[in-house]
Design a protein around this ligand. Structure first.
Ligand code: ADP
Length: 309
């Protein structure tokens, strides 16, 4: 097995979506028709977003997943090309539509999202098995829950056997089977994911450490709870630490978590320590919330280093 220091790059096994982003004055109520202000069509999906965020920080990134056989598929591949993400592992599922996310962003920057999985739902356990050779030389595997759970469980197990660090972002939130818990090295959750997985009714800045410690007992050695403008809590065997967020005026919080995770993974994959990777990722995510869009709002490494806030 390759030693950790000789491993390079990040593999992302997950979703690719086209995001249709409508800006609205406020969220519509059930049965109500509202006039929106604008529509943007942006590449997204948690998997592809984290892949792009990671590549923008300088990591060598391989995306593995599925798209349909429509125009959105070509546009998503082109978007990955433009960010130097290797998409030779992104297959086409005949007769399927590419995944789509319909996003509404209101005047306060809050969002509401409906995801139609399309080809993301056709990712299989066999696709996960094909990862083995890549994972034997990669530093980290990034997983989310926008592709079928059995394929995620297999991908994590394959990575574990290959000696590759497994990071799971359990979004959208759902309960995890014990075999998945056992394969996770690093768990990254927001407040609502932390609440569902820990069983604590409400997770906030004041009890995030307690939630993270509970989650760590299920298997992961490190748990990060992201708290929006309240920053991040990191729990490890050495204790619990809080990191403040970078104070900025949020315009659109879409993909804040994905930017944080991708940037964090990039720094870990190049051998940086946990605290340094978290601080860098907080800066990257802060820039993301000051811009509109998902992948379009993600900063480059140069942007993060240049930004003085
Ligand atoms: P998610 O998008 O998954 O819900 P969060 O909202 O917790 O994730 O955001 C992830 C990270 O992005 C936060 O830990 C923080 O560092 C940064 N972030 C999010 N919202 C803001 C904000 N309003 N101001 C500054 N940083 C933010």
């Amino acid at each position: 097995m390759k030693p950790q220091a000789m491993r390079q790059g990040v593999v992302v096994f997950g979703s690719l979506n086209m995001d249709l982003v409508a800006r609205v004055p406020r969220m519509p109520r059930p049965g109500e028709t509202l006039t929106g202000e604008s529509l943007l069509v942006n590449p997204g999906g948690k998997g592809a977003n984290q892949a792009v965020a990671c590549a923008l920080q300088g990591a060598r990134v391989q995306m593995v997943g599925r798209v349909g056989d429509d125009d959105f598929a070509d546009q998503l591949r082109a978007a990955l090309d433009s960010r130097r993400v290797d998409h030779t592992g992104v297959g086409s599922t005949p007769g399927q539509s590419t995944g789509v996310a319909m996003i509404m962003v209101d005047s306060s920057g809050q969002n509401c999202i409906t995801v139609i999985p399309g080809a993301n739902a056709s990712v299989t356990v066999a696709d996960a098995d094909l990862l083995r050779t890549h994972l034997e030389r990669s530093a980290m595997l990034l997983l989310q829950l926008e592709v079928p759970l059995d394929s995620v469980v297999r991908a994590a197990a394959v990575a574990r056997q290959a000696g590759c660090t497994v990071l799971l972002n359990p979004a959208p939130a759902q309960l995890l089977p014990p075999e998945l818990w056992r394969s996770i090295d690093i768990l990254v959750v927001n407040e609502s994911e932390a609440s569902l997985l820990s069983g604590m009714p409400l997770v906030t800045r004041s009890n995030a450490g307690e939630a993270a410690n509970l989650l760590r007992r299920s298997g992961p050695g490190d748990v990060l709870v992201t708290l929006g403008e309240q920053g991040v809590v990191w729990s490890s065997g050495a204790g619990t630490q809080h990191f403040v967020a970078q104070p900025v005026v949020a315009v659109d919080t879409t993909a804040a978590g994905d930017t944080f995770i991708g940037a964090f993974a990039a720094l870990r994959a190049e051998g940086r320590g946990m605290a340094e990777a978290i601080r860098h990722a907080i800066r990257a995510a802060a820039i993301c919330v000051t811009r509109v869009g998902a992948q379009a709002s993600m900063p480059s490494r140069a942007d993060v280093l240049r930004e003085t806030f």
